[in-house]
Design a protein around this ligand. Sequence first.
Ligand SMILES: [Fe+2]
Ligand SMILES: [Fe+2]
Length: 198
Amino acid sequence: MFEGINKFLARVKEENFVFVIPNERCRKAMAIAITEMSKRNKNFVNLLNHTFRVASVSLYLAQKEKQTAASKEICFLAAIFHDVFKEEENHEVMGGDFAEKILKSLKYKPDVIEKVAESIAYHNNNEKILRTIEAKILWDADKLDKVGATAFLRRMDERNLKSRLEKDKNVFLYLDFSKEIYRKRTEHTNECLVVLKK
Ligand SMILES: [Fe+2]
Ligand SMILES: [Fe+2]
């Protein structure tokens, strides 16, 4: 029994990357995003955890894709703002507009603001083929949070857990590094599903 729990915890640990906030201006933007998120969402705590996981995977993917510091910052900001309005209809549009407003007030350059806002605006749109690397990274990092031992843990109290997990394995990803993470995480999901069947 304990062996099983240790293995499960090791999977969760493996899935959660440590990340560093890129700089002070990002820290300010993050504080504003989190404050707004806390006011707007009943499910704030889970959403915040999801947001940090997406930020950590985004930075990991940006690193793997050999992105510049400027691009990594765009990825971080997009992740932090992407679900601020999660519980509203069209949360991606509201999130994009809000990020634009806040980043303007923090004197970010127009091209940075545009890339962050575009990444957020399309992170939930299945019909759009994403053009920038930053938008692809946000898309992939967000979808990767649906698979693996952490996703299982997050959803343990949900009804129809098995079918939800099976369904969530059907995700479209852009980047090869994301597909690598996906392969490992689906193995973890499958292990959890085997245990559930017992
Ligand atoms: Fe979202
Ligand atoms: Fe999300």
